[in-house]
Design a protein around this ligand. Structure first.
Ligand code: GLA
Ligand code: ZN
Length: 686
């Protein structure tokens, strides 16, 4: 449980009473209770209010807010307020300000505006965190610590440049090792003194924001920046942990946010939390992938949905309203995929500045008679009724997709073979094949233990970290099925090519070698021609983007290219290795191929869909104490007819018992659990 003080799915969101006169606060409390809200995230951007100058702290207003929350039966997700530096600090200590990619020192403004290595920012941030910890360590309303907010961005200042050199010394030990890692004899870059190393940005190694001349250096800068921001988090974490060892500490993540290596971060979060802001037209499978990835960061441990909008955003190009029922549906989608909280940004809509048109539980109208408030209150009632039932329930998948931030960075820093190669797209396509068939899949990192999985897919495993090839070999030897794709096994963690033929370290496992890699224009396609039918895979499929020209070294060739000078060369291979199989998909195939492949591989491993449904209906499962809870979510605009089979199932939301054919209305949700016979404890059938 995230915190046993509140044994239910937390319900609430960001609350900014410091932006409002006190007269409003009592009305806020009335409305929160009416909506079933039990958690308020307070103080996220309140540094300037909590500390008017270098020496003065004013926590009186926060005392009052926390007391009011407590008196009204609410809890606080208490922020450390360091996500926006105050103007006085920027004026007094300009080293807190960032230098941007173009090399311009920023003036005071905006938020998330501190240099990650600024000694002044670290000093004052830690002090503020310790003041808050000291003051509120025993406060009965304190539920979770919310450090800073959505850490992100990059800084290129001189402080960062110096810190980068220190970071490099620690990683490599010597300048020779740095020169080797970056292959700096290329273009005469050999460094003879640490001080010669400057940060890679528009003034140095970049031709455009996405084109670096030195991938190894850029990769290290990405690692360094992610680590630097993580140190900022830890700087506050330490003082909070020391004061309140039993209060969980988190900071908000952003799903598939590229600049931060969240697998590395998650080790230091007591609970993962994240902010979910799909656009009106974001495919649901993308949102699902992000939830699964956030759940995967801590090996399946439940996470917090810290923010979502009840209705609309302000920062999209078009900020469409969530249609009736959608806020509820997407809230349950998060829970279905492992969230133990449903929280919003924000509880009361701002009056001024750039978020005044961002949705909130309490809109500008200021009362409860709005569609959005009614929907929020309805959900509040349901979450209350669910009580503890779903808390800590886990997702049990036998298949996994590997996701690695460093690989992501390295692929996209790569100059060639194609600017269209986007790691996330490739991962998403494999994920979609699972999603569309309601096949449970975990998103895992390279450090995740593979022994509980039957099937592991690592799309575009370009960068192979030390020891990972061996880990995959053990997994396959022991009977696992492994799949990887084109442009895999190319480099080591320094972005230096593994010589002797691609896929380098994965060559023995896959039983193939790749001689060349062809890049296809967006208008070009090749074909994957099956040699014989393989489960649902038969005939031919389109492929594109990249085509590896591979040779078998013991792998079975299951399909070949249909076109071009490499027509007849292998496009799909399977290598028996120990007790298991290692598959190679040499190009980026169409969805029909991937669906077929995933169906076939899952069937081989007896991994079955949770429930067959019409398109647009998502099904997931969480399990607790041997009881499975099946979430059925109808994202479609029409009624969905489902076949539940002959087991009697209770819908936790409606209380109805159902079996056989069931109709789920548009945007409808069911959480089904098998009705057990009280005598035999076994599922009852109708
Ligand atoms: C982010 C921030 C919030 C708010 C929302 C608006 O997630 O954490 O403070 O700005 O975006 O969507
Ligand atoms: Zn900096």
């Amino acid at each position: 449980m995230i915190n046993a003080k509140l044994p239910k799915l937390f319900y609430g969101g960001d609350y900014n009473p410091d932006q409002w006169p006190k007269e409003v606060w009592d009305e806020d409390m009335r409305l929160f209770k009416l909506a079933g809200i039990d958690v308020a995230t307070v103080g996220v951007f309140s540094w300037a209010k909590l500390q008017p100058d270098e020496l003065t702290y004013d926590l009186a207003w926060l005392d009052e807010v926390l007391a009011k929350l407590h008196d009204n039966g609410l809890y606080a997700c208490l922020a450390t307020a360091t996500a926006a530096v105050p103007a006085w600090l920027a004026k007094r200590c300009p080293d807190v300000l960032r230098v941007d990619f173009e090399g311009r020192q920023r003036a005071f403004g905006f938020r998330h505006n501190f240099c990650p290595h600024s000694p002044s920012d670290r000093h004052y941030a830690r002090l503020l965190a310790s003041k808050l910890a000291e003051r509120y360590q025993d406060h009965p309303a304190l539920l979770v610590w919310h450090v800073n907010n959505e850490y992100g961005g990059v800084c290129y200042c001189q402080t960062c440049a110096r810190a980068f050199r220190v970071w490099l010394k620690r990683r490599y030990g010597s300048l020779d090792a740095v020169n080797e890692a970056w292959n700096s004899s290329f273009w005469g870059h050999t460094f003879y003194d640490w001080d010669e190393i400057v940060v890679p940005n528009a003034l140095s190694e970049y031709l455009s924001p996405t084109r670096t001349a030195f991938q190894g250096m850029s990769l290290d800068y990405a690692r360094f920046n992610s680590d630097g921001l993580l140190e900022c988090y830890l700087n506050e974490y330490e003082v909070l942990k020391a004061a309140t060892p039993s209060i969980p500490i988190t900071t908000t993540l952003m799903g598939t946010y590229q600049p931060l290596d969240y697998f590395k971060w998650a080790k230091h979060l007591d609970v993962v939390s994240w902010d979910n802001y799909p656009a009106f037209d974001t495919p649901m499978s993308q949102v699902a992938l992000r939830h699964d990835l956030m759940r995967g960061l801590k090996d399946g441990q439940p996470f917090m949905l810290m923010e979502q909008t009840p209705s609309q955003q302000n920062w999209q190009p078009y900020n469409s309203l969530k249609r009736p029922g959608v806020m509820r549906l997407w809230s349950y989608q998060a829970v279905a995929r492992g969230a133990d909280t449903v929280m919003f940004f924000q509880l009361r809509r701002s009056r001024g500045a750039c978020e005044k048109f961002h949705g909130a539980v309490i809109e500008h109208a200021g009362h409860e008679n709005t569609r959005v408030f009614r929907e929020c209150a309805g959900l509040g009632r349901e979450l209350k009724a669910l009580g503890e039932t779903l808390l800590d329930a886990r997702t049990e998948a036998q298949a996994a997709i590997v996701f690695d931030w460093e690989n992501w960075w390295a692929i996209e820093y790569s100059s060639g073979p194609s600017i269209d190669l986007k790691y996330l797209n490739e991962v998403q396509q494999y994920y979609d094949a699972f999603y569309q068939q309601n096949l449970p899949v975990d998103m895992i990192g390279v450090e995740t233990d593979l022994s509980k999985y039957q099937l592991v897919i690592a799309p575009v495993l370009y960068l192979v970290k030390p020891g990972y090839a061996k880990k995959l070999e053990s997994f396959v030897s022991a009977g696992g099925t492994f799949v990887t794709t084109f442009f895999s096994g190319i480099v080591d963690e320094r972005d230096l090519v593994t010589l002797g033929g691609y896929p380098g370290e994965l060559r023995a496992l896959l039983g193939i070698w790749a001689e060349e890699i062809d890049a296809l224009l967006p208008t070009m396609k090749n074909r994957i021609v099956m040699k014989e039918a393989l489960g649902p895979l038969k005939g031919e499929y389109a492929c594109g983007l990249l085509c590896d020209l591979i040779h078998s070294e013991g792998a079975d060739v299951l399909a070949v290219y249909g076109n071009d000078f490499y027509q007849g060369m292998p496009a799909l291979t399977r290598h028996r290795f120990g007790q298991g199989e290692a598959w190679y998909v040499a190009s980026s195939p169409d969805a029909a191929f991937l669906n077929g492949l995933v169906t076939h591989l899952c069937a081989q491993k007896e991994i079955v869909p949770l429930l067959p449904t019409p398109p647009g209906v998502e099904v997931t499962q969480r399990v607790k104490d041997g009881q499975a809870y099946t979430f059925v979510l109808n994202h479609g605009d029409g009624l969905a007819r489902l076949q539940l089979g002959n087991r009697a199932m209770t819908d936790l939301l409606s209380g109805n018992v159902a079996s056989g054919l069931v109709d789920l209305p548009a945007k409808g949700v069911m959480i089904l659990s098998a009705v057990t016979d009280p005598q035999t404890q076994s599922p009852r059938s109708t």
